[in-house]
Design a protein around this ligand. Structure first.
Ligand code: 3PG
Length: 305
């Protein structure tokens, strides 16, 4: 059977080699398209039985072009790029690879925060993280890694996650809170780890950000869609002490940068999971899961019904 790896943003070469080893050992055939166009994707999936992607958009048109496709594995956590309802309609199993790239994303949170607290290294006096409070919005795999690293910086921690019991957070030295209002009003730093869903899209805007204490820094390594950009711009206009860092440019990046200069920072491309280690872990997991599904229907991380 043929497995297509299609990624606009390429994996580290060692990860591609490891994926190749897993797929060759299984007796399946592999095609790798990196930095490909949509036309390349539509051509490549024609005779594919398995498809491995990252944040690449997989809509119904892709599935229609792939009559033999049985499984799509998103090498990573968020699967908002895949049309799950269409996959179910076409009898395709969709899985993610939870936890495989979470440390990489968590490390980038601190890479961006330290840079922002040192004024993007412009020579002016900055500030430290020790003794400051961090609010973690969603306490999944990334949120937990953020908590682990924040403890090393000597930060105090709160987290909000309606799916995680208070006792579990407390066991990790994190104080549970139960509303976004509490999280934003009680923490100078707030780090977002919520998925992009109809419920969360545009949910972080003016009202919440205005609640942040003096010197507030909002950190977004989740998805740009969770931000109400107009509301955030208004808050940054009214509160010159607030700052925003995001792992991916917002739609209104130009306006943000023109109005707020060094108070904002955006990676040009989503970089959270772009490390050799995360590529290797997520890529190999995706290859193993794809092979296992094609062999005997293994579907532990299926995300569509
Ligand atoms: C994820 O959801 O796993 C991260 O956002 C990483 O996305 P990427 O594979 O496109 O870098």
């Amino acid at each position: 059977m043929k497995i297509l790896v299609f990624t606009e943003k390429p994996f580290a070469p060692a990860a591609v080699k490891a994926i190749e080893n897993v797929i060759n050992a299984s007796g399946n055939e592999l095609e790798v398209i990196e930095m490909g166009t949509r036309a390349d994707l539509l051509e490549g999936v024609k005779n594919a039985n398995g498809l491995i992607v990252r944040s690449d958009k997989i809509d119904e048109a892709v599935m229609e072009a792939a009559p033999n496709l049985k499984v799509i594995v998103r090498a990573g956590a968020g699967y908002d790029n895949i049309d799950l309802a269409a996959a179910t309609k076409h009898g395709i199993c969709v899985m993610n690879t939870p936890g495989q790239n979470s440390n990489a994303v968590a490390e980038l949170v601190f890479g961006m925060v330290v840079m922002m607290c040192r004024n993007q290294y412009n020579g002016k006096s900055g500030s430290e993280l020790k003794g400051k409070s961090l609010g973690i919005y969603a306490f999944g795999q990334v949120g937990r890694n953020v908590a682990r690293i924040a403890k090393g910086f000597g930060m105090s921690l709160e987290a909000l996650d309606k799916f995680v019991p208070d006792a579990m957070m407390e066991g990790e030295g994190v104080k549970p809170v139960h509303t976004p209002e509490e999280l934003f009003s009680q923490n100078q730093f707030v780090s977002l780890h919520i998925p992009a869903t109809p419920e969360t899209k545009n949910s972080i805007g003016y009202d919440l950000v205005m609640k942040m204490p003096e010197g507030g820094v909002l950190i977004n390594t989740a998805r740009k869609e969770v931000i109400d950009e107009a509301g955030l711009i208004k808050a940054l206009e009214e509160r010159p002490d607030l700052r925003y860092v995001s792992d991916i440019k917002p739609d209104s990046a130009e306006e943000f940068e023109k109005k707020f200069a060094a108070r904002v920072f955006f990676t040009p491309k989503k970089m959270g999971a772009q490390t050799a280690e995360a590529n290797f872990n997520a890529g190999v997991a995706a290859a193993e899961q794809t092979v296992a599904y094609l062999k005997d229907g293994w579907n532990k991380y299926q995300v569509n019904k």
